[in-house]
Design a protein around this ligand. Structure first.
Ligand code: FAD
Ligand code: SF4
Length: 479
């Protein structure tokens, strides 16, 4: 069935229906509805089928976007799903949570010509959600089972993408995670209103059905060492993410009511999953409180929007730079504003007020000075510019650094960079330890799900080459 493409001149850009902010504020459901088939097809038909598709170039997994848009426009959704899933292990997840404005859609050629981007993310989500509904998403089935086994530390997107790719080749895979559920930050970091947990849970089941073994509640370093894993597996992949929260050094930081962002988000995500509340439930709940979130990235946006949904009295985001310099997705900032979050830009905490419990934040105004070596303007405090904000709950969302992985894994000779990320050979993706590879945030620093998927897939290729060479060497030696 031929379809007319390049309809961007006559068909305007449309996103799926967005729920009004007044309704969104009251629950944790995703904020966008799904396209129906007609809308998905007409929006896909806006693609200009560029000879050099910049959307694809700027997609970390190099999705063949123009091809699956054309198939979607023609209603050939099963084929669209096949093309889309050939380069991405979790297309429906990326369709929901990639910052498309900075990646594929930000580089769409028709946007540059003033027509508004093709709604790539929403169509990608539509294709794969439809594939799930129709039973087209199947566990990978290896052509032959291999004897070699691979241990993967971390059931986040990097570890899972690698696990699926390697299982498809026939390796025996065991994924170890210290959490009780599969998904890494996709399950306990990112809130439901961006990514419904069902989307992660069904992927976890699919991987189990493919024969991947998950050993949950197993912390490497506490329950097993890296050396144990190296003994039982032919190769090991470290994909443990970055979890050390950056701290604020200011008087009063030890008061109760000042919480790390990820503890707060994890508690909220566990509630969405129906888990029994933890003992510290009250201290991690924003209901009826004045909330101040410190930071301007994706984590901060997730905190402010969660606090709104929990029924906070007021929610403020304190950020030391201005809106244009926020590190997260601008879309998320807009959603937060729509939902009633107040942004206090160019301001930083100077001290936390209160007796035992926090009651306020003393902040000072910031001036952005000359650009530093990184090219970003350095924030400078303006003398005498103090002001106070009421706060019963303060959330620290300043980003994450790697934990001390060599100490955590009781492997002091594991090589790290000066930032504490794992040092790898960027071609082989191997660390300085033979047969030990690394991928995802623990190599790149805090990044994105789609980059973790890309790294997991690349690591899988390199592990496969390494093991193939090893078994070829063994055979040659035996001959
Ligand atoms: C609040 C928040 C919101 C975000 N929002 C977005 C977004 O909207 N879009 C986006 O693309 N990205 C987002 N990100 C970033 C994204 O989640 C990460 O870049 C991505 O999950 C990294 O994948 P990973 O597999 O490297 O690590 P992770 O997802 O962190 O997974 C690592 C896993 O390793 C396990 N682990 C760690 N140490 C051990 C150990 N010693 N033993 C056993 N297991 C261990 C952990 O329990 C975890 O399950 C967000 C991040 C945060 C914190
Ligand atoms: S994976 Fe992310 S960047 Fe790539 S096409 Fe999908 S939404 Fe865009």
């Amino acid at each position: 069935m031929a379809s007319k493409m390049l309809t961007f001149v006559s068909v305007g850009r449309e996103m799926p229906e967005k729920r009004p902010a007044s309704g969104r504020r009251r629950d944790f459901a995703e904020i966008y509805a799904r396209f129906d088939q007609g809308k998905a097809a007409s929006q896909a038909s806006r693609c200009s089928q560029c000879g050099v598709p910049f959307c694809q170039v700027h997609c970390p997994v190099q999705n063949n976007i123009p091809d699956w848009l054309k198939l979607a426009a023609e209603g050939r959704l099963e084929e669209a799903y096949e093309v889309s899933s050939a380069t991405n292990n979790f297309p429906e997840i990326c369709g929901r949570i990639c910052p498309q404005d900075r990646l594929c859609e930000g580089n769409c050629v028709i946007e540059q010509a003033g027509h508004g981007t093709v709604t790539i993310g929403a169509i990608e989500r539509y294709i794969t959600d439809t594939a799930w509904e129709n039973g087209w998403v199947k566990p990978v089935t290896p052509r032959a089972e291999l004897d070699q086994s691979i241990g993967i530390i971390g059931a986040g997107p990097a570890g899972l993408a690698a696990a699926e790719q390697l299982r498809a080749k026939g390796y025996r895979i065991t994924v170890y995670d210290r959490h009780d559920r599969v998904g890494g930050l996709m399950i306990y970091g990112i809130p439901n209103f961006k990514l419904e947990k069902e989307a992660v849970l069904r992927r976890a089941k699919l991987l189990s059905d493919a024969g991947i073994e998950f050993r949950l509640n197993t912390e490497i370093g506490r329950d097993l060492t890296l050396a144990d894993l190296r003994r039982v597996h032919d190769a090991v992949l470290i994909a443990c993410g970055v979890y050390k929260p950056r701290e604020i050094m200011a008087p009063g930081i030890g008061l109760s009511g000042i919480q790390p962002a990820l503890d707060y988000l994890t508690a909220s995500n566990r509630a969405s999953l129906g888990d029994a509340p933890a003992d510290n439930r009250k201290s991690l709940d924003a209901k009826g409180k004045h909330v101040v979130v410190i930071g301007g990235g994706d984590t901060a946006m997730d905190c402010v929007r969660t606090a709104v949904r929990q029924g906070a009295k007021s929610v403020k985001c304190l950020y030391r730079r201005d809106r244009a310099n926020m590190p997260g997705s601008q879309r998320e900032v807009t959603y937060a504003e729509e939902e009633g979050v107040e942004f206090v830009f160019l301001a930083a905490p100077e001290a936390f007020l209160g007796d035992k419990k926090v009651s306020g934040v003393r902040a000072q105004r910031i001036h952005l000075g000359l650009a530093d070596a990184t090219g970003r303007q350095a924030p400078q405090a303006i003398d005498g510019s103090h002001f106070n904000l009421n706060a019963d709950l303060v959330l620290k969302a300043l980003g994450f650094d790697p934990e001390d992985v060599p100490a955590m894994f009781r492997t002091p000779d594991l090589g790290v960079t000066r930032w504490g990320t794992l040092k790898i050979d960027h071609r082989s993706m191997m660390t300085n330890l033979d047969g030990v590879f690394a991928a995802g945030d623990i190599v790149r620093g805090a990044a994105l799900v789609v980059w973790a998927i890309r790294d997991g897939r690349d690591a899988a290729e390199q592990i496969h080459s390494y093991l193939a060479a090893k078994s070829a060497g063994l055979k040659t030696a035996a001959e």
